[in-house]
Design a protein around this ligand. Structure first.
Ligand code: OKP
Ligand code: ZN
Length: 333
């Protein structure tokens, strides 16, 4: 049982990033699900149960992001920002592996995975702010020896070394993992509904990646048939469609047992609440009820390593608070 207060880091600039439409299911798009109030709903849920200290993070994680990602990609985002008008949203028009000789406006097609992740002039600041929240949470763990939360937005687990998409720009979980892995044994556990292919790309011996997710060939990120992400540092498990709380918990316990043998000091938890049955963006339903997050929180509280809890997805604005509240209660600080 983990008791006491918990620091909760919120990116200062996240709310300026407000993508309007998600075009990934066709034209016209739908209202973009990755909205600022997600952070407020999760915060309300946690604060109902935990004694939280909210820390707004003004820092921008330039150094951490340039260390983790290809600086050429980070520089592109900075140059593109200068080009964008207030309110304008950028989505590349041409997708090719090397557009380095093309005009700036086209070069995003080297880095972008899909058309559901528009960039505005506010996006880079928000993404650097989000990464900073993860960095600060990790540093707090080193200072206090206790768990910490980063309410990262935009999320991060689809962001690879030089790739963005799936609403993600910088890999917040691996920013935290980089800080923690320098101080002890660390791993990343991803419980978002979606496989984090960006995190899988960034996995290393110092910070292996574990993820439990909906079938990634039938759901976003829709991996290429035959694509093999699994390496010595990547441990993946797909959930069967229609899985309920009981089936989910069974598989989670199996994954935690595989983590246990690593004898970790730190665990970065990529926490997504899009596994809720009411979440609007599932293709293969995962049927977790808000109450099921209690058992998930409880299973995680039993682990030995200190946790850096990093927010990923979760888009049912009406259900988010309850899911977060049950998770916090199960984790029972
Ligand atoms: C980001 B995170 C489904 C459209 C899916 C991308 C989803 C990105 C999820 N109809 N579009 O992992 O929560
Ligand atoms: Zn997700």
């Amino acid at each position: 049982m983990r008791t006491g207060s918990i620091p909760l880091y919120v990116p200062a600039l996240h709310a300026l990033h407000r993508p309007t439409q998600d075009l990934s299911d066709g034209y016209p798009g739908v209202n973009h699900p990755e909205v600022p109030s997600r952070v407020d709903r999760v915060l309300e849920g946690f604060a109902t149960v935990w004694e939280v200290t909210v820390r707004t993070v003004e820092h921008l994680a330039w150094d951490a992001v340039n260390g983790l990602h290809d600086p050429e990609y980070v520089r592109f985002l900075g140059e593109l920002r200068e080009l964008l008008q207030e309110g304008e949203e950028y989505i590349p028009s041409i997708f090719q592996p090397d557009l380095s000789a093309a005009p700036l406006r086209l070069r995003g097609g080297m880095y972008c995975r899909e058309i559901g992740t528009p960039l505005s002039a506010a996006t880079l600041g928000a993404a650097l702010s989000s990464a900073a929240a993860a960095e600060w949470a990790a540093r707090a763990i080193l200072e206090t020896g206790r768990d910490a939360v980063a309410l990262c937005r935009p999320p991060g687990h689809h962001a690879g070394r030089r790739r963005y998409g799936g609403y993600c720009f910088f890999n917040n979980a691996y920013v935290a993992a980089t800080v923690l892995a320098a101080a002890g044994r660390c791993a990343v556990l991803d419980l978002d509904y979606h496989l984090g292919e960006g995190s899988a790309e960034l996995a290393s011996e110092q910070a292996p990646y574990f993820s439990l997710h909906a079938d990634p060939w039938r759901n976003y990120p829709y991996l290429d048939a035959g694509m093999q992400l699994e390496t010595a540092f990547v441990n993946l498990e797909s959930l069967p469609g229609g899985v309920d709380g009981r089936g989910y918990l069974e598989r989670l316990r199996g994954m935690l047992a595989r983590l246990d043998v690593l004898d970790l000091d730190f665990l970065v938890l990529s926490l997504g609440f899009d596994t809720a049955a009411t979440d609007p963006i599932q293709d293969d339903p995962v049927r977790l009820r808000p109450e099921d997050y209690f058992a998930i929180g409880q299973a995680l509280a039993d682990l030995r390593p200190r946790l850096a809890i990093v927010l990923e997805g979760g888009y049912d604005l009406n259900g988010l608070k309850d899911c977060a509240r049950y998770f916090a209660a199960g984790f029972s600080r």
